[in-house]
Design a protein around this ligand. Structure first.
Ligand code: MTE
Length: 320
């Protein structure tokens, strides 16, 4: 059995190889005008099986201009084929290969704990009152790669407000589906399933924090967390929990999967911070999917002007 501690030391090298191979295949394909690929196919599964897009989503409005970016989004094919979703395996290519076994319809979400109006709500009912917006966000993985994705979603805070949090609600805890039949990676105890994440209440209510149902104009591919995932762009990617079935408001700080698995490596806050190294690698630089060069990592992943105030007076080296 592969333990988490054994996994990511090589991830950065993996990424470099992956990116180089991609660049090579892309230019080779362009040079050969696609003839070679169509005649012979490709031995590379990521190329052989281009990820499929979900249903198109219409009527999406632009998100707040203040949260936007001029940076070009990554290619859909990269964002949907280089994934972390341990419920389908620990290799980056596993989720795109295996996540088809997840059934996203019907889907319900339990909203419970410190709310006046708890309930188990079918996804359609949960989404109905919320106009969908496109938010082009950077996502920075703890493993030092990043991407820019046009997500489709709506503010988590708007949803929580509907269920009327009580005055005791200080944290919001999220859980992914737990079903080893549909998520074969859960048969291995790589993590203590189900995958769990949590935010402080003020982080959850912040207008940058969204629940996403789509990307690139279409319903989320399963490997990206269909049918409902969190996106918290100023925190390391592992906070952005996928395929959510439970949202529990709590008075005390909830346990979270990575923090429980390796507390020295993954703190509760997990704000992107180039000044705090991971114990096994630096967080100062990152590589954008599809690029060779390394870019400097920005405090709060470039969203400091919006969120730094949430942490005034907190020692972010201690509370990483
Ligand atoms: N959610 C669940 N349930 N399981 C996971 O393994 N991986 C996290 C996060 N959400 C993960 C998860 C990590 S480490 C990252 S970087 C992002 O999902 C990756 O999202 P993406 O595959 O859409 O890029």
């Amino acid at each position: 059995m592969r333990k988490w501690e054994d996994i990511p030391a090589s991830e950065i090298t993996d990424l470099a190889l992956f990116l180089r191979r991609r660049e090579f295949l892309r230019s080779a394909a362009a040079g050969a005008a696609g003839l070679l690929a169509s005649a012979c196919g490709s031995a590379d599964p990521a190329v052989a099986a281009a990820p499929a897009r979900g249903e198109p989503i219409t009527g999406v409005r632009p998100g707040p201009a203040a949260f936007g970016t001029d940076e070009p989004p990554n290619r859909f094919a990269d964002a949907a084929s280089y994934n972390n979703f341990y419920e389908f395996g620990t290799d980056k290519s596993d989720p795109a290969k295996y996540a088809h076994s997840l059934r996203t319809k019907p889907w319900s979400v339990a909203i419970e704990g410190e709310v006046a109006k708890p309930g188990v709500v079918p996804l359609e009912t949960l989404l109905a009152p919320h106009p969908l917006e496109e938010r082009v966000y950077r996502l920075r993985c703890v493993e030092a790669w990043s991407m820019v994705v046009p997500w489709i979603g709506f503010p988590l805070g708007d949803l929580l407000a509907r269920f009327e949090p009580t005055s005791k609600a200080k944290y919001v805890a999220f859980e992914t589906l737990h079903d080893p039949e549909q998520m074969p990676g859960q048969r291995r105890r790589v993590l203590d399933w189900p995958y769990r994440e949590a935010l402080r209440m003020d982080e959850a209510m912040h207008p940058l924090t969204i629940l996403a149902v789509g990307m690139y104009g279409h319903v989320l591919p399963n490997q990206n967390g269909a049918p409902l995932r969190l996106v918290v762009p100023w925190k390391y990617g592992f906070k952005s929990i996928k395929s959510i079935v439970r949202i529990r408001l709590r008075e005390t700080q909830p346990p979270t999967s990575w923090n429980a698995s390796a507390p020295r490596e993954y703190g509760f806050l997990s704000n992107v911070n180039p000044e705090v190294d991971h114990p096994r690698w630096s967080q100062k630089k990152e590589r954008r999917l599809g690029e060779f060069r390394r870019r400097p990592t920005l405090p709060f992943n470039g969203y400091a002007e919006h969120v730094a105030g949430l942490y005034a007076g907190i020692d972010l080296r201690k509370h990483f």
